[in-house]
Ligand binder design. Structure first.
Ligand code: IPM
Ligand code: MG
Length: 356
């Protein structure tokens, strides 16, 4: 198969980690007879520097016309003082919105080889953490109207958090369908004791729950979820929640594994087009040093094969290769353990390639 991938390397460590994922994709192409064609588009700070905007219209068009998009990371202190309209993050939000990427899947898995990396006690981590956060990605307070205006001699800022039923229903369906393919357990996270959006969220989820009697469904308040993730994380299988709660909880959940560099993500639309990226940021402090962990990006490429291209065997091949490399004791600096062999970003990519 021929697949067109628009590649957004971005800022900081973005280019290094994406290069390793592309090596891995090339190897998959060679082994399974696919051809992955890459088109490179600037995004974030590098695009601001070159073009004056965080993504150009042509760049956006190239994302829309691709079969799929692979992203490294955007942003860095250099662009922190840019006006809000051209901040690096703006491009990311624009791509999500314009490509209709409403469903963000963020798996959190404690790799057995890295069990010691979890900041939680062994008695809490138990037989391993394996949960999935399904985050709504194109609605809520991220995309509601914002204003800052002067009222009675002082500034008042407002961010509106709108949710319509169809937006809740479509993310709910993804969550129930995903739960059916996993442990058949779904917790819907909201703040229904305070927010109207959450009350509509809950009502809509309850309606869907009737269609999925096999799924063990529960409602949980977001503050309690934050607590339960630390107290008893293995109780969760799939969690579904709105945009900002999902942003916050997914960072918290990723830390349960002690290694944010390992975590991939997928942002999906109603069609096969998706955007795939590691959940970590651009790590400007280690950019260009060839020491970043490329595994989150490599596993994101595996998710791309699985979700956008329907290439399950190829995705398995990547995930198995990552496991084999970890089993063999190779580690980048962020996950280094005693008795293991420390490798660079590019060596890690090479090791994964050679294990495919
Ligand atoms: C994420 C990031 C983004 C978000 C930022 C960079 C806008 O934190 O993907 O989780 O808040 O969605
Ligand atoms: Mg975030």
């Amino acid at each position: 198969m021929v697949k067109k991938i628009t590649v957004l390397k971005g800022d900081g460590i973005g280019p290094e980690i994406v290069n390793e994922a592309l090596k891995v994709l090339d190897k998959i192409g060679e082994k399974y007879g696919h051809s992955f064609e890459y088109t490179y588009v600037d995004i974030g700070g590098c695009s601001i520097d070159k073009h004056g905007v965080p993504i150009t219209d042509e760049g956006m068009a190239l994302c829309k016309s691709a079969d799929s998009v692979l992203l490294g990371a955007v942003g860095g202190p250099k662009w922190d003082n840019c006006p809000p309209a051209i901040r690096p993050e703006k491009a990311l939000l624009a791509v999500r919105k314009e490509l209709g990427l409403f469903a963000n899947l963020r798996p959190t898995k404690l790799f057995k080889q890295l069990a010691d990396a979890s900041p939680l006690k062994q008695s809490i981590v138990g037989n391993g953490i394996d949960l999935l956060i399904v985050r709504e990605l194109t609605g809520g307070v991220y995309f509601g109207k914002r204003t800052t205006e002067e009222v009675n001699g002082e500034l008042v800022a407002t961010d509106i958090m709108p949710y319509s039923e169809h937006e809740i229903e479509r993310i709910g369906r993804i969550a129930f369908e995903t739960a059916m393919k996993r442990g058949k357990k779904l917790a819907s996270v909201d703040k229904a004791n305070v927010l109207d959006t959450s009350r509509l969220w809950r009502k809509t989820m309850h309606r869907l729950a009737e269609e999925y009697p096999e799924v063990e469904y529960s409602d949980i308040l977001v503050d309690n979820t934050a607590m339960q993730l630390i107290k008893n994380p293995t109780q969760f299988d799939v969690l579904v929640t709105e945009n900002m709660f999902g942003d916050i909880l997914s960072d918290e959940a990723s830390m349960l594994t002690g290694s944010i560099g390992m975590m991939p993500s997928a942002s999906l639309s109603s069609g096969s087009l998706g955007m795939y990226e590691p959940i970590h940021g651009s790590a400007p402090d280690i950019a260009g040093m060839n020491i970043a962990n490329p595994i989150g990006t490599i596993l994101s490429a595996a998710m791309m094969l699985r979700y956008s291209f329907n290439m399950a065997a190829e995705a398995d091949a990547i995930e198995n290769a990552v496991n084999a490399v970890l089993d063999a004791g190779y580690r980048t600096g962020d996950i280094m353990q005693e008795g293991c062999t420390k490798v660079s970003c590019s060596e890690m990519g090479d090791l994964v390639v050679s294990n495919i």
